[in-house]
Design a protein around this ligand. Structure first.
Ligand code: PLP
Length: 382
């Protein structure tokens, strides 16, 4: 087979073969609906879902009772934001989100703003981090929710969750954390984060696509959400619909593996990421890193190649998969709102490339990608 190197693991990462193996019987041999408690096959499915719930909860230091399975993080974030607005006290009509949130946060928040809620975006500095003090004096009795991602999907920057959580709590607002890119890569604990709501996605941790969850803190003060989907009352009424047993089993296995192996994977990815950056810097002039190098995911590198149109560079690389500084989350080729929020010019944004390493990335993959990218940049500059 011709060689290719996949370095777009922030978009999605391949399912671990152990995950696929765990999922397979639930498609065929074990057909039960997890809600069919009267018979053995249903009970087996229900037990498998509950085991997966325990693994997912353990990965983030939560309780299984707090995990609501969804079709992915986009749904979980919509449930958190629209659900909080639907169930919140009438006087709480203001929301905050960092300017570099994923569209799965920004778009539902904007949709609420069209319905009369007020949305304010928290700016980030050049390093791509919010300044918690910016919120001081802004959060009042009308504060409904503050959303801040644990790690950014384009530039990998890690956010100061604790201080923001403390301010949100003081004002009686909910604190929502999109932890999709952080879990399995950096230590993430729901208690330490101070979150009330946390969204996760299976396919970013070597699980299947189309499964995720919203972690909803239990205890006082109670987190109230209005469901987006009504029906059979599954997931404690917060997410009706027949559970995707095979997908949830896969999510559980991916979470179990991430808990066991995540920190070793992260160390290896950070070393390879540093090798990649050093290789680019040694071979090319005009390479600048977008975002902080310190407070950053171990598997992320985002660099601008001065004078090079990233989309053309990527088009020319048929054996290395990367993504560019245009919006990565949609099919659109708009300049990235994340890089724009860092104050980058359009030229820099359009010359930016994101490298996302994964569990399976090897040193030889990095060297291969380096060779191709360096040659591509030189050709375009030449
Ligand atoms: C930071 C972040 N949040 C949310 C999502 C959406 O996740 P899902 O694909 O599970 O809907 C993604 C995926 O691209 C992401 O990177």
């Amino acid at each position: 087979m011709p060689r290719f190197v996949y370095l777009d693991h922030h978009a999605t990462t391949p399912c671990d073969p152990r995950v696929v193996e765990a999922m397979l019987p639930w498609f065929t041999e074990r057909p039960g609906n997890a809600a069919s408690r009267q018979h053995r096959r249903g009970q087996q499915a229900c037990a498998a879902v509950e085991t997966a719930r325990e693994h997912v909860a353990a990965l983030i230091g939560g309780s299984p009772k707090e995990v609501v399975f969804t079709s992915g993080a986009t749904e979980a974030l919509n449930l958190a934001i629209k659900g909080a607005a639907g169930a919140g006290p009438p006087g709480r009509r203001r929301l905050w989100a960092s300017a570099i949130e994923h569209p799965a946060v920004l778009d539902p928040a904007r949709s609420l703003a069209r319905e009369g809620f007020e949305l304010e975006l928290m700016p980030v500095g050049e390093a791509g981090r919010v300044e918690p003090e910016w919120l001081r004096g802004r959060l009042g009795e009308d504060a409904l929710l503050v959303a801040l991602m644990a790690a950014n999907n384009e530039i990998g920057t890690l956010q100061p969750l604790g201080p923001v959580a403390a301010m949100a709590r003081e004002a009686g607002a909910l604190f929502l954390v999109d932890a999709v890119q952080a879990v399995g890569k950096v230590p993430f604990d729901v208690g330490a984060s101070g979150a009330d709501l946390v969204a996760l996605s299976a396919h970013k941790i070597a699980g299947p696509k189309g499964v995720g969850c919203l972690w909803v803190r239990r205890g006082q003060p109670r987190v109230r959400l209005r469901p987006l989907i009504d029906g059979g009352g599954q997931e404690r009424g917060l997410r009706s619909g027949t559970l995707d047993v095979s997908g949830i089993v896969g999510f559980g296995e991916a979470a179990r593996l991430a808990r066991l192996e995540g920190s070793d994977d992260a160390r290896r990815m950070a070393r390879l990421r540093d090798r990649l950056l050093a290789g680019l810097m040694a071979a090319l002039d005009g390479v600048s890193v977008n975002g902080s190098l310190e407070d950053r995911l171990p598997n992320n590198l985002n660099v601008a190649f001065c004078g090079v149109e990233a989309s053309r560079l990527l088009e020319g690389l048929d054996d290395v998969d990367l993504s560019s500084g245009s919006a990565c989350s949609t099919a659109s080729l708009e300049p990235s709102h994340v890089l724009r929020a860092l104050g980058r010019t359009d030229d820099v944004i359009l010359s930016s490339v994101r490298f996302g390493l994964g569990r399976g990335t090897t040193e030889s993959d990095i060297d291969f990608a380096l060779e191709r990218v360096i040659a591509g940049v030189r050709a375009l500059r030449g």
